[in-house]
Design a protein around this ligand. Structure first.
Ligand code: NAD
Ligand code: UGA
Length: 466
């Protein structure tokens, strides 16, 4: 079966880049990305390519190449479903904020709405692909909705989780470590559906990197991959605290263990804590699944990864307060970076938010500079916490478009995101215009301790002992 028309529901950080890359690599497939968010669709259709809703290196060029050729953005969801042979569901699956499983389970309401809409509209057989990250066995719920509310047409459900990381989405999509496709290979229609998706990826992904499994293994592999990655960050962060007490250096430890080919060198950077929309949500989801099967030891084991991450963020802000003579009240503290990692404008669960909230509770005055995050986003992140009123947040926190201005008269600078540009700042100029003693708290380990200390800074680097 050859797919010629794809619909993707959800034009977010995953739907946008993944479909743009499929459109680039498969010019003969027509792809329509739909969303209920009209502003988002308008931004994807904007002729100002600097204002696309998702910033990813290389993405704007692909959108320029493919948009209106074989890639379309629309709010007409029914029409796109009706025309498609294959429908990707790429909507958000946040942590539940209400009812049973509140604060832990994945909220599947958006997935269910999609399934019901597909069932209502479809007049021909369709392949439905789970692109969103979902609890293991969600496919059976989707199938039940489709089969019981549809127009008697046949649906095949595939799981095709996405492993891209933000900031490197385009490269990850063009050269994936693997593509995972879960399907029901026990029936002929299932085999045909799996093959149809394999054929799409085969246009640019080597065959040996396309892995097919049963649906449940595919769904669970996605949660497992994120849990392992987050666990690595929490493990190295736990060691960073021991380093600070003992005089060991976390970079040296990371290098030493990373050279063991069984451990590997990637993903061993100590930090102020992991953020991003998925690590915490997916581990909580895993913990909830384990608990629902009464696997309490398993649940407790994975929960520690999150608890360690919370601790890392809190100890970073505590250290700032302690070092600044136990009070930051009325003191200006500059945040360099607000995004949860470099090369993205995404701030979801960014460590900066928690660190800022802690310091604002101590009545600090914060000035933020981030090269990609909008002012509106930063205030919304703080307001969403409901710790204080929106007016108070605006009063206590200011946002600068110029990093040097942001640092003027500051008592301390905290590095929250590892933007490359921060390394090349004129740190002598920054030092000159700060309050003395001038402190730098490097939560990303990107600055050179010796160089900054020579300038005169009192310098703290995560995971670096005295
Ligand atoms: P997102 O919030 O950026 O985008 C989701 C979009 O879906 C939103 O624009 C929303 O308006 C839209 N939507 C919700 N319900 C809809 C409906 N019924 N009809 C039409 N549109 C609807 O989310 P995201 O970051 O793209 O993540 C999507 C999924 O992919 C999640 O399950 C996430 O866990 C997973 N994932 C994310 C990443 C990542 O890097 N962000 C990576 C891998 C997997
Ligand atoms: C992560 C995974 O890497 C992707 O494979 C997955 O598809 C995605 O989650 C998802 O499911 O959403 P992402 O969150 O975009 O991708 O970014 P990462 O590079 O994984 O970084 C996550 C967080 O960990 C960031 O805050 C980053 O700064 C932090 N981190 C990462 C560290 O503190 N140290 C490291 O060594 C690596």
């Amino acid at each position: 079966m050859k797919i010629t028309n794809i619909c993707c529901i959800g034009a977010g950080y995953v739907g946008g880049p993944t479909m743009a890359v499929i459109a680039k690599q498969c010019p003969d497939i027509k792809i329509t990305i739909v969303d209920i968010n009209e502003a988002r669709i308008a931004a994807w259709n904007s002729n100002n390519f600097n204002e696309l809703p998702v910033f990813e290196p290389g993405l704007a060029d692909i959108i320029k190449e493919t948009r209106e050729r074989n890639l379309y953005f629309s709010t007409d969801i029914d029409k796109a479903i009706d025309n498609a042979d294959m429908i990707f569901i790429s909507v958000n699956t946040p942590t539940k904020t209400y009812g049973k499983g509140k604060g832990m389970a994945a909220d599947l309401k958006y997935i269910e709405i999609c399934a019901r809409q597909i069932a209502k509209v479809a007049k021909q057989n369709k392949i439905v692909v789970e692109k969103s990250t979902l609890p293991v066995r969600t496919a059976s719920a989707i199938k039940s909705i489709l089969d019981n509310t549809g127009n008697g047409v046949q649906f095949q459900i595939l799981s095709n989780p996405e492993f891209l990381a933000e900031g490197t989405a385009v490269q990850d999509l063009l050269n994936p470590d693997r593509v995972l496709i879960g399907g029901d290979a026990s029936v002929k229609e299932g085999m045909v559906a799996i093959q149809a998706l394999v054929d799409i990826y085969s246009n640019w992904v080597p065959k040996e990197k396309i892995l097919t499994t049963n649906v449940w293994s595919s769904e669970l592999s996605k949660l497992t991959a994120n849990a392992f990655l987050a666990q690595r960050v929490s493990s190295i962060n736990a060691m960073s605290e021991i380093c600070e007490k003992t005089g060991a250096d976390i970079n040296e430890v990371s290098k030493a263990i990373g050279m063991d080919s069984r451990i590997g060198s990637k993903f061993l950077n100590a930090s102020v804590g992991f953020g991003g929309s998925c690590f915490q949500k997916d581990i909580l989801n895993l913990v909830y699944i384990a608990k629902s099967y009464d696997l309490n030891e398993v649940a407790n084991y994975w929960e520690q990864v999150i608890l360690m991450n919370e601790h890392q963020k809190n100890r970073f802000s505590d250290n700032i307060v302690n070092t600044l003579y136990n009070t930051v009240s009325g003191k200006k503290i500059t945040f360099l970076g607000w995004a949860f990692k470099k090369d993205t404008n995404d701030t979801r669960e960014s460590a900066a938010i928690k660190v800022a909230d802690n310091l604002l509770n101590e009545q600090a005055k914060i000035a933020v500079y981030d090269p990609k995050v909008s002012e509106k986003r930063i205030y919304a992140d703080l307001d969403d916490l409901s710790t204080r009123s929106s007016d108070e947040n605006k009063n206590l926190l200011t946002i600068n478009k110029d990093p040097y201005k942001a640092c003027e008269n500051s008592h301390a600078i905290a590095i929250l995101t590892e933007w490359d540009a921060f390394k090349n700042y004129d740190w002598k100029r920054i030092y000159k215009n700060m309050q003395k003693p001038a402190f730098v708290f490097d939560g990303r380990g990107i600055l050179d301790k010796k160089e900054l200390e020579e300038i005169g800074f009192t310098f703290y680097k995560i995971g670096s002992g005295k």
